[in-house]
Design a protein around this ligand. Structure first.
Ligand SMILES: [Zn+2]
Length: 305
């Protein structure tokens, strides 16, 4: 039973989801079978989609999407929560997928978001938690989609900032970054370390031509951003020696036709949010993004110089 509560002092929205406390932690306890490995399909709820071969809930898949057994939402606070298993391999994080498989994963994520928005949800949030310190309780690399009946506060704020600026802030940021010292990857998709990165080696990735919504992005746009994300994650893994990380797709809610530009944010979890951040809402970053960008460029073969 999940429940949404608003804190009267801060306005923070909190989802109380006590059932999630029962989820297994395969990082800590490796004794049980991995529910996301091929052959263990019966350990997850029945799948909602797959790519590859085979009958539903049997091996043969390349990417497999299933409802989350321990959802954040639903049963009290309406929503949907799904897991997208990145590949049959227990070892291959997103950065270790081939380009084609990375594109397939992003395509499944887009299609699941589109499905939930078509079903009437207001916002669909795709993300990857990789590593225990980044929030993953199951080791086998996977992405997630949470569909919500409301526009989340961070998304509202982003839309308001776009509206107030009266221009495409993502396009402006990417142009500024690539003119200066923050660029990481240049092409149809641009990657850069934002000058005001909140944490070390934060990277944003955007396609030049994107509209407001990930769920409506055409195949070629999805493919370009998926490949760029994979390359940047491989560079981050090399530079930081396989850190835990989050990948977050920032996208606009249902009904938004302009006034945003969807993009991807990679946040390596190499620092902690502590008392100062808690008290002030300000972040302290010990790694200048200019230096982070230089290190990532050197780890990428086709980076801008
Ligand atoms: Zn596994």
């Amino acid at each position: 039973m999940s429940e949404l509560r608003e804190d009267p002092l801060t306005g923070s929205l909190v989802i109380l989801a006590p059932a999630r406390a029962r989820r297994p932690d395969t990082h800590r306890d490796r004794s049980g079978p991995c529910p996301f490995c091929p052959g263990n399909e019966e350990l997850t709820p029945p799948e909602v989609t797959r790519t590859g071969a085979g009958a539903p809930n049997t091996p043969g898949w390349r990417v497999r999407a299933v409802p989350n057994l321990y959802p954040i939402v639903g049963d009290g606070f309406d929503g949907a929560h799904e897991v997208v298993v990145l590949s049959p391999s227990h070892e291959n994080s997103f950065g270790r997928l081939s380009d084609d498989r990375a594109v397939e994963v992003f395509t499944v994520l887009r299609d699941r978001c589109a499905f939930h928005l078509a079903a009437g949800f207001v916002h669909a949030q795709p993300f990857v938690n990789s590593g225990r310190a980044a929030g993953a309780s199951i080791e086998h690399p996977h992405a997630q989609v949470v569909a919500l009946p409301l526009v989340p506060p961070a998304v509202s704020r982003a839309l308001e900032r776009f509206a107030a600026a009266g221009r495409d802030l993502v396009a402006t940021a990417s142009n500024d970054a690539l003119d200066g010292t923050h660029g990481v990857l240049r092409g149809d998709a641009l990657a850069w370390c934002p000058p005001a990165s909140r944490s070390p080696y934060e990277v944003l990735i955007a396609h030049l031509a994107s509209g407001p919504r990930f769920d409506r992005a055409p195949d070629d746009e999805i493919a370009t951003v998926a490949r760029a994300t994979r390359h940047v994650l491989a560079a981050v893994a090399g530079v930081l020696d396989d850190p835990p990380y989050n990948v977050v797709v920032h996208t606009a809610p249902a009904g938004t036709d302009d006034g945003f530009h969807w993009y991807v944010r990679i946040v390596p979890r190499v620092s902690v949010v502590a008392g100062f951040e808690e008290g002030t809402g300000m972040f302290v970053n010990t790694m200048p993004p200019e230096l982070a960008a230089t290190a990532l460029r050197e780890a990428l073969p086709d980076a801008p110089r």
